[in-house]
Design a protein around this ligand. Structure first.
Ligand code: ADP
Ligand code: MG
Length: 691
């Protein structure tokens, strides 16, 4: 397909604007779908107009007037619609002597001429208001009118310098001239099976639909195409991974495992023992492991991960443990140090806070194989981190990492076994669609003695009353403030002010504050003090969302709870209820929207991470949950993997059918599909290697 600049009326300057929208070719333009539609059908039912201020009508010109003033020229037209209503349209333009600012309007608004008028009532609250502002107009029966009026008219996401009108004209031209060049990539058999429009029906219909049902049909087809391509790419990636054969093997020696188990001071739950077995079996197989370990907050995923790591170390390999935040990484570091110090296992921590000197030493020791386990944040995936014989990786809170980041860690060595962990599991359809057949282990049981955390939506007075009562019983409390971005100075200031305020409200208690901008050492000290009961209250930003583990803390107050997402609230709350005592989580809100009160209600009603995960998905959309929001890896042009879950389901079924019947896509009817698949996913994703 030709470059966008060759479309009539576009040219190089406008083409550059289209390029800003990632539209390079005519085909890109055809696949740049409208963001919304405006109902401009004649006599469209009124309910279709969301607001009465909007007007789309065919009108006849009754008379016009030009009124020059000192600086402006005013042009007025009196118009009549088919119900004999009269409207007054007014335009103002700067006066100029060089040309008539209303030349075009005067030509089009001749008495008795009929025009399509798109505009707004000046008084948007009154049907009776006859004064209107005209946004666009088209002489009736002009060739242009066809694309701008009389249909569900497309509105596009624009960039400065492009208008909807210009955009529509360009799309209309592209459809007229180049639609026949657009190749059908979906196999005819699948189109027939799913009763979908072909590409030459779907593209005109998605841009200029004549009815809502035509639009839905067109969208469904485009969504299906996107989903099928995406899920096929993942399926092939998965297949490729499964064909790999490890060059190393494991034997269970128990030289480290047994002493580790003994040092725990408790027994594994049945569920933990079962998933450890599943993981060990996987590790002993010739194929590299890709396993997701899901288990609610506090279900004890960490010791499961440590067990697997120890098996790798018993066999002489290195392991890496990646966590999303610095504080969580250091928490894991402390835990592992505690268990493994006496076993002669060397553990190191690498984060962005590690000093240059320390870091250089760590990097060298990793390369020389002097470090058995490296724990860290994103710092672990940097290019200069090299290993001697890395064979096992753990990705904690895997949904907080992008697909590419996980892949990058994995590419640090060949045939790595990978264990990803999460407390907010992905629904099965997604797992199937985006990971092929991901192996999943589930810890469906909490350690004994855990009590559900009572969660209440209360006012500040009541919350602090509970805090006082708990501390007087010898317990400790968290008070959490939202801080959307750890480097956000304003909210950090607000949190600091709150800290000062709390000290005056509760002078009888020892209060400490912890936040992400502090130095690691400082944070560690504050955490250790809290653990040692030297402080009663820990005021924290969401750095404590994951990782902190203080059994004596039995109450958590969350300020501005409306600003937290569901999964975050659930994670946060998991910081209490870790011991034998009853625990409470108290949510304080400021202004709640409907959405945030739905979140608050959900979190007060259930402690089930699986239910919360589902609700979260429903409320927030999938990008964030699949860990791909920032990286934009799952952005579809037409599809929405939650709302279009039926189509996603079809795509997964048909992907499975394709991979079974024509695994390398060699059949003639699959060639256009294969070509598009490679175009989209081979380079950027290194996903596909089709013989
Ligand atoms: P999560 O699954 O949320 O990562 P953790 O691994 O942090 O949970 O474990 C939460 C707490 O439960 C830790 O203090 C851990 O020591 C403790 N724990 C884990 N397994 C057991 C068990 N079987 N019995 C008692 N306590 C356990
Ligand atoms: Mg954890």
């Amino acid at each position: 397909m030709p470059d966008i600049k060759y479309i009539k009326g576009v040219g190089p300057a406008k083409a550059a604007l289209f390029n800003n929208l990632e539209v390079q070719t005519v085909s890109d333009l055809l696949h740049y779908y409208p963001r919304a539609y405006q109902d401009r059908r004649q006599n469209a039912p009124l309910s279709d107009f969301k607001k009465i201020e909007n007007i789309a009508m065919v009108a006849t010109v009754l008379s016009t007037q030009t009124l020059p003033t000192r600086y402006l020229t005013i042009f007025k037209a009196f118009l009549q619609d088919d119900k004999k209503n009269i409207y007054e349209a007014v335009w103002f333009r700067k006066k100029t002597h060089r040309y008539d600012p209303f030349a075009a309007e005067k030509k089009d608004f001749k008495i008795a001429h009929q025009l399509w008028i798109i505009g707004k009532r000046e008084d948007k609250n009154s049907f009776a208001s006859r004064k209107i502002t005209v946004d666009e107009y088209y002489p009736l029966n002009s060739p242009e009118a066809k694309y701008h009026t009389g249909c569900l008219t497309p509105l596009y996401s624009l960039t400065q310098g492009l208008t909807n009108k210009f955009f529509r004209n360009s799309v209309a031209t592209a459809l007229q001239k180049y639609l026949l060049e657009e190749e059908e990539v979906l196999p005819p058999s699948l189109l027939a099976k799913r009763k979908l429009l072909n590409i030459r029906q779907a593209l005109p219909a998605i841009h200029f639909p004549s009815s809502v049902s035509e639009l839905e049909n067109a969208r469904r087809r485009m969504v299906y195409e996107e989903f099928l391509l995406m899920t096929m790419a993942w399926g092939l990636k998965q297949k490729g991974a499964k064909a790999e054969v490890k060059e190393h093997s494991y034997t269970i020696k128990r030289t480290l495992l047994t002493p580790f188990k003994k040092s725990l001071g408790y027994h594994f739950t049945k569920a933990q023992a079962r998933v450890i077995n599943e993981i060990f079996e996987d590790m002993q197989k010739p194929k590299p492991m890709t396993r997701l370990l899901q288990g609610d907050v506090g279900s004890g995923k960490t010791v499961v991960a440590i067990s697997a790591i120890l098996l790798a170390i018993e066999n002489g390999y290195q392991a890496a443990f990646m966590a999303p935040t610095e504080i969580l990484a250091s928490q894991h570091y402390i835990t592992l140090q505690r268990y493994l110090k006496d076993l002669g296992v060397s553990v190191e921590l690498l984060t962005s806070k590690t000093t240059k000197k320390e870091k250089d030493k760590i990097l060298q020791n990793l390369k020389d194989g002097k470090i058995d386990i490296i724990i860290g944040t994103h710092s672990l995936i940097e290019d200069n981190v090299e290993f001697k014989n890395l064979r096992f990786i753990v990705v904690d809170e895997q949904h907080r990492f992008g697909v590419k980041q996980r892949a990058k860690l994995r590419s640090k060595a060949k045939h790595i076994d990978m264990l990803s962990m999460t407390a907010t599991p992905i629904p099965r359809t997604f797992a199937l669609a985006f990971y092929g057949n991901l192996d999943v282990s589930t810890i469906d049981e909490l350690p004994p003695g855990r009590k559900p955390i009572k969660t209440l939506h209360v006012g500040e007075q009541e919350a602090f009353k509970t805090v006082r009562a708990e501390i007087s019983k010898g317990r400790q409390a968290y008070i959490v403030y939202p801080l959307i971005d750890e480097s956000d100075k304003l909210s950090l200031k607000a949190a600091t002010q709150e800290f000062e305020r709390l000290k005056t409200i509760m002078p009888e208690f020892k209060i400490a504050m912890i936040h992400g901008v502090m130095k690691s050492k400082e944070k560690q000290k504050i955490m250790e003090d809290f653990l040692a009961k030297k402080t009663d209250i820990l005021v924290a930003t969401p750095v404590i969302e994951v990782g902190i583990d203080v059994k004596n803390a039995t109450v958590m107050v969350v300020q501005n709870a409306e600003r937290f997402g569901l999964a975050s609230l659930h994670q946060l709350r998991g910081r209490v209820g870790r011991g034998e005592e009853n625990s409470t989580c108290l949510l304080i809100t400021q202004n709640t929207s409907a959405l945030s009160s739905e979140r608050i209600n959900t979190i007060c009603q259930t402690c089930d991470g699986f239910k919360i995960g589902e609700k979260d998905l429903e409320l927030r959309g999938p990008g964030e949950i699949l860990g791909t929001r920032q990286s934009g890896e799952l952005e579809f042009k037409a599809g929405d993997i939650v709302k279009d879950s039926q189509v996603l389901h079809w795509a997964v079924e048909d992907r499975n059918y394709l991979t079974q019947t024509d695994p390398n896509l060699t059949k003639a009817e699959h060639q256009p599909f294969k070509k598009r698949l490679l175009e989209l996913y081979q380079k950027q994703w290194h996903l596909i290697d089709l013989g």
